[in-house]
Ligand binder design. Structure first.
Ligand SMILES: Nc1ncnc2c1ncn2[C@@H]1O[C@H](COP(=O)(O)OP(=O)(O)OP(=O)(O)O)[C@@H](O)[C@H]1O
Ligand SMILES: [Mg+2]
Length: 156
């Protein structure tokens, strides 16, 4: 198991919500995440970030679901300009993570983790206090210039 990467600098903004672990939650999570990143004016690529969130939540529903458990989505806008995406599910294991996360586009199987890495995310997972695990994507991002206005997210 990898240790979570140490965030650089302080956390500027933090947001977390729990959702029912069903596919129907996905559009709502994407909407909430887009709105949150836009409200913060997070200076990285907000659409890429939402795509990564969507892949990690889909994985949590597919591989980390336990009856009545919730999926927790937590975004932290770091002082470095980066973004931490934490998606927590109810299963306290991620078999073969190191190999899966190193996979390339020619391998058989899924593309979600590959896509997240391709979009610049560093991935790790760790056990949660109280059970389950968190899969974390760290997007390094770009420090915002002082005085610059937030980049709005175009409507899809
Ligand atoms: N939250 C998780 N808990 C346990 N195992 C996971 C979790 N997320 C991913 N995995 C494992 O990692 C593999 C690769 O995930 P990835 O998202 O790259 O592909 P996929 O989900 O299989 O397919 P795709 O995302 O392309 O639909 C999964 O097949 C699963 O075995
Ligand atoms: Mg997947």
């Amino acid at each position: 198991m990898d240790l979570p990467p140490t965030p650089t600098g302080a956390i500027r903004h933090l947001w977390q919500t729990d959702y029912t672990m069903v596919y129907r939650s996905l559009p709502l999570i994407r909407l909430h995440a887009r709105r949150q990143l836009a409200m913060w004016g997070w200076p990285g690529d907000q659409q890429d970030a939402v795509l990564i969130i969507s892949e990690l939540v889909t994985n949590a529903i597919n591989y980390g679901r336990v009856v009545d458990a919730l999926v927790a989505v937590r975004l932290a806008y770091l002082g470095s300009g980066g973004l931490l995406v934490d998606v927590s599910d109810a299963v306290g294991a991620f078999p073969d993570f190191a190999n899966l996360v190193r996979g390339d586009m020619l391998q058989e199987g899924g593309r979600g983790l590959w896509l997240a890495r391709r979009l610049g995310a560093e991935l790790c997972w760790f056990l949660r206090d109280g059970g389950g695990k968190t899969v974390r994507a760290h997007l390094p991002g770009i420090a915002p210039e002082p005085g610059t206005s937030p980049r709005p997210l175009p409507l899809a």
